[in-house]
Design a protein around this ligand. Structure first.
Ligand code: ZN
Length: 522
């Protein structure tokens, strides 16, 4: 074989190995730029931050998580693809469920309230297992259809002072990928596929597949009520429809004749037992949701009343202590906030927001070492713009310009006030180090031979203390001149004379003159 031919053969086999793969669920050949190893790695890396960004694990009821996990593993065992499946319940009142590549799955407690039987839970989990098994996340990465840009953490948009707010924050850095993967819409075909195979897995695992129909009927009914939490949760990515009910009904009808005489599990009693505690404590979580809404309306006293009431009902719920800490921070009662965050962390030391809140409170109290340690821990669990911005400010106060720049640069990825603040802070440090990256000078000479520079501020902020150094070859010798430039607004330019001039009769060329920006500041 010629060298050229063998190169072509190698390319073809590469395509077979990496770019074209057989889908383990559907058996179809498809383009895939994400390998199975990458899928597993993405799942392993993003599972933690994605859980954090959606309320963290539901720590007060570990039996519930164990139960959901057991149902999930029973389905995963009969699925078409063996992955390291994991299932968690998140402390989030929005009805939602999601799957990351590699089989990392989560269900919000807000969805569990709405289900009636174990078989309905199996329908939810079978659907999510199929998203992971059939590589739907990897496919949307291959197609490049994931949303771009920073995403808000959590589910509520709070409109109180940004600088005081330890949440309503933005994810920065690599954790944005997970946020995109769990909030994306996979598209109609993938959803249909997940419903279809989810039903097959239910049957293989011994569940009554009719629950997949009753589940969709429940969703249609709930969507008619149109509570806002449903619109932003599951229904945003999975619009309920009669078509979906009908499709599932058809799939189930096709299966039922083959299941005659088989004992199909519904598990209503088992499910109701498993969620008994969840149902019993619901009034406390409703108060918690009301408190968050009151904070959004800037009604901190109402919020505090709600949280205190919730704490009387469920004293060991760390989120209630954490939210009380947040309210204390908004009210600038930083010492009391520390106590609340301590109580939250004593129950659950794995949730970023308690560290973030305590870090902000410590920073306001000028406890810089304690603030730094809390903020670093919070960023390790979930990197957010507020944590990075606060860490930047602390580093700067401690005279550590290099780290301050790195922190501000990360926080600057975020939108909103924090992002703008961090951008300005970063530029103020970096412009002194690299003035020519922000301000450019284009040199020219006018009709009379006067050497001039067009000085442009290419940054998004006003810059001052700009100095330009001119050099020119005039009458055979090099002349230099440094000129101070008045402050320039963002994206503005100004022509600045050097005071240097080619004598009359000189034929000048561009390479006889130069202008360089040597200083700039805020
Ligand atoms: Zn889905």
């Amino acid at each position: 074989m010629s060298r050229q031919l063998s190169a072509i053969a190698t390319l073809a086999s590469l395509c077979l190995v990496t770019a074209c793969a057989v889908n383990p669920v559907t058996g179809r050949n498809e383009l895939s730029l994400v390998s199975e190893a990458q899928e597993r790695q993405i799942g392993a890396e993003q599972y933690g931050p994605s859980q954090q960004s959606q309320g963290g694990q539901f720590e007060v009821d570990p039996e519930l998580t164990a139960y959901v996990s057991e149902v999930g593993q029973r389905l995963a065992a009969v699925s078409d693809r063996q992955l390291d499946y994991e299932f968690v319940v998140l402390n989030n009142g929005v009805p939602n469920a999601w799957a990351l590549p590699g089989g990392k799955i989560a269900v919000n407690r807000g969805l569990l309230y709405e289900l009636n039987t174990e078989a309905e839970l199996a329908a939810v989990l079978g659907h999510e297992i199929t998203h992971a098994a059939a590589r739907h996340g990897a496919q949307s990465m291959t197609r490049g259809t994931l949303l771009q840009g920073a995403l808000a953490v959590g589910t509520i948009a709070v409109a109180v002072n940004d600088d005081l707010r330890p949440f309503g924050d933005y994810i920065v850095g690599g954790a944005q990928l997970g946020a995109q993967l769990i909030t994306q819409t996979y598209g109609r075909d993938a959803e249909r596929e997940s419903d279809y195979y989810g039903i097959q897995y239910m049957v293989k695992a011994g569940y009554d597949p009719r629950a997949a129909v009753s589940l969709q009927q429940t969703f249609v009914r709930l969507s008619e009520g149109r509570t806002s939490s449903f619109i932003e949760g599951l229904f945003a990515s999975h619009p309920p429809s009669q078509e979906r009910v009908d499709n599932n009904q058809r799939d189930v009808d096709a299966l039922m004749p083959t299941l005659a005489g088989r004992d199909l599990e519904v598990g209503e009693v088992r499910y109701q037992q498993a969620i008994a505690k969840l149902k019993q404590t619901k009034p406390a979580y409703d108060l918690f949701d009301e408190a968050e809404k009151a904070i959004a309306d800037d009604d901190l006293e109402v919020a505090l009343g709600n949280v205190n009431e919730a704490l009387e009902l469920v004293p060991n719920e760390p989120r209630f202590h954490g939210l009380k800490g947040d309210i204390m921070v908004y009210q600038r009662r930083y010492r009391e906030a520390l106590t609340n965050y301590d109580e939250a962390l004593a129950i659950d030391s794995n949730y970023f927001d308690y560290y973030l809140g305590r870090g902000v409170a410590n920073a306001r109290l000028n406890n810089r070492a304690a603030a730094r340690s809390d903020l670093e821990q919070s960023a390790k669990l979930l990197p957010t713009a507020i944590a990075m911005n606060e860490l930047g400010k602390i580093a700067l106060t401690d005279g550590d310009r290099v780290n301050a720049k790195q922190y501000f640069q990360q926080a600057a990825q975020a939108q909103g006030q924090i992002g703008q603040e961090a951008t300005a802070a970063f530029i103020s440090l970096d412009v002194a180090d690299n003035p020519a990256s922000y301000v450019s000078a284009e040199v020219f000479a006018d009709q009379g031979g006067r050497i001039i520079a067009r000085v442009s501020n290419r940054s998004p902020v006003q810059l001052g203390r700009i100095e330009v150094e001119f050099a020119a070859v005039i009458s055979g010798s090099i002349r230099r001149q440094r000129v101070a430039v008045p402050a320039l607004p963002a994206n503005a330019y100004q022509d600045v004379g050097s005071g240097l001039r080619f004598p009359e009769g000189t034929t000048w060329t561009q390479d006889m003159m130069n202008a360089q920006v040597v200083a700039a500041g805020l």
